[in-house]
Design a protein around this ligand. Structure first.
Ligand code: PLP
Length: 481
């Protein structure tokens, strides 16, 4: 791929704007602040538009096609939410404005807090954290504050299942705790014996993803919660997979003490490059006073018909996690999504997500090994090397791009060899799922017939196989001049 940069296209004197006459007396500006040229490319409007539009078309997104990236939940983003997020009353407010002048925005935040509380079964929710990972850190800091307050400050270890997302052990370490890994058993659940062995008065808690990152519901969660609570530990729920449960069961009712939500996974706010993320945290009654602040409350005072909303800090708050109130634009989008679907719609979304994942799981089982012979939740993990072939999951993923699909998540979780983690989400229709199945079956046939061709895939994308480590480490974010 050899894309011309805007600088290479530039020609002296070309312009796409007509600037107004300068109304500043230049003689009054110190000459050291004046420059003749600032080195920006000079281009016509069509050149600029074509350049950026072409670049945007090189990208694959959930608005361009099927995006089965497991664990990340690349959900369709309703366009109506974008309209509402752009309403001036939401998009033009400033976090330092007097709360009286932003009552509508505060009411929306309050209502979102209440809805999340209800959906997940918690006493209170704080919207502040800016991502799931920051929600995890928030919860760990809350666990620390809670344990100190109740005189159990010696608790310094956190259990993390071996199938956990990488952010879990990272957050534990950032939060000043020691990670103790617990293995999964043959059925893909957390090994209860290992949890039992780690239960003592140094245990601060466990981080549990349910459904877990194998896409399986932790069937013995009741016993697990009892074990950890029994030795004074807390159960943290990694809520990234909540989209499999909404309207069906509630983490709070399962005994989870604290959990982060990923609004960008469960509640259809834009994700990845389109972010930013949002990772509110919910807490059971004992932990609720430690939530970060400020949170929005409805005061006893009313202005005419309208209740007055205020920003307050929970009584024993750990303080702020971000400078202001969180990613407000995401609150608007998540709120709009919740209102669009309603309680019944949310339940249906979870059921369809599970149905779609199981449909794909069964359709693909002929060509790909399924390490766990169980009904899955909203996603599943298969062995990415087609049965009886020597090609790798990475080859399958790269080849899928030639068929016009975004690859699933590769090599995660680490507990399944050559893992491909597939999450279709609820919005995909049967035709799309069938087209994906056909592509995966074709690739398996190709792998048997001509494995070498697959090792060079993709063949039809603007760039082939990239050095992904270099791409991540030496990211070039500016145009070369
Ligand atoms: C995405 C994810 C996270 C981290 O959430 P971010 O919002 O990306 O920081 C944590 N755990 C699991 C299981 C996830 O899928």
């Amino acid at each position: 791929m050899d894309e011309p940069t805007l600088y290479k296209l530039s020609a002296d004197g070309r312009s796409s704007v007509a600037l107004p006459e300068c109304d500043v007396d230049e003689s009054k500006i110190p000459s050291r602040l004046m420059r003749d040229a600032i080195g920006l490319p000079e281009l016509s409007e069509p050149q600029v538009v074509r350049h950026y539009l072409r670049l945007s078309q090189l990208n694959y997104g959930v608005d361009t096609g099927f995006y089965p990236l497991g664990s990340c939940t690349m959900k369709y983003n309703p366009k109506a939410s974008e309209i509402w997020a752009r309403l001036p009353g939401f998009s033009q407010v400033h976090p330092l404005q007097d709360p009286e002048s932003v009552q509508g925005a505060l009411e929306l935040m309050f209502d979102l807090q209440e809805q999340l509380q209800e959906i997940a079964g918690f006493a209170r929710v704080a919207l502040q954290p800016a991502a799931g990972a920051q929600g995890e850190l928030t919860a760990l800091l809350m666990i620390r504050a809670y344990n100190r307050w109740r005189g159990e400050g010696q608790r310094d270890t956190i259990l993390v299942p071996d199938s956990a997302h990488g952010t879990n052990p990272a957050s534990v370490t950032m939060g000043g705790y020691t990670v103790v890994e617990v293995p999964s058993n043959k059925t893909g659940d957390v090994d209860l014996e290992a949890v039992k062995a780690a239960c003592n008065d140094r245990l601060a808690g466990i981080m549990l993803t349910n459904p877990n990152t194998l896409g399986l519901f932790e069937e013995r969660i009741g016993e697990l919660v009892e074990l950890v609570h029994g030795c004074g530990g807390l159960v943290y729920g990694d809520g990234a997979n909540l989209n499999a449960l909404t309207g069906v069961t509630r983490p709070g009712d399962l005994g989870i003490d604290l959990m982060h939500f990923n609004l960008h996974k469960t509640f259809a706010t834009p994700h990845g490059g389109g972010g930013p993320g949002s990772g509110p945290v919910g807490a059971a009654p004992a932990l609720a006073p430690f939530l970060p602040g400020p949170v929005v409350e409805r005061s006893q005072v009313a202005l005419g018909e309208h209740p007055v909303y205020v920003l307050t800090s929970p009584e024993q708050s750990i303080g702020r996690m971000v400078a202001f109130h969180g990613n407000f634009g995401m609150f608007v989008r998540a709120w709009a999504y919740l209102r669009l679907l309603g309680a019944e719609g949310l339940r249906e979304a979870a059921m369809h997500a599970v149905l779609n994942a199981n449909y794909l799981r069964v359709q693909l089982a002929e060509d790909y090994n399924m390490p766990f012979d169980r009904t899955c939740m909203h996603e599943f993990v298969c062995e990415g090397a087609p049965k009886g072939t020597s090609i790798r999951a990475l080859d399958v993923s790269k080849r899928l791009m030639d068929y016009g699909f975004h690859p699933p998540t590769n090599y995660f979780p680490l507990t399944v060899k050559e893992a491909l983690m597939i999450e279709p989400t609820e919005t995909e229709d049967k035709e799309t799922l069938d087209a994906f199945v056909r592509a995966m079956r074709n690739i398996a046939a190709e792998a048997r017939a001509d494995p070498h061709a697959l090792r060079d895939a993709p063949h039809r994308t603007p760039v082939g196989r990239l050095d992904e480590v270099k791409a991540a480490r030496d990211l070039i974010v500016s145009e070369e001049t």
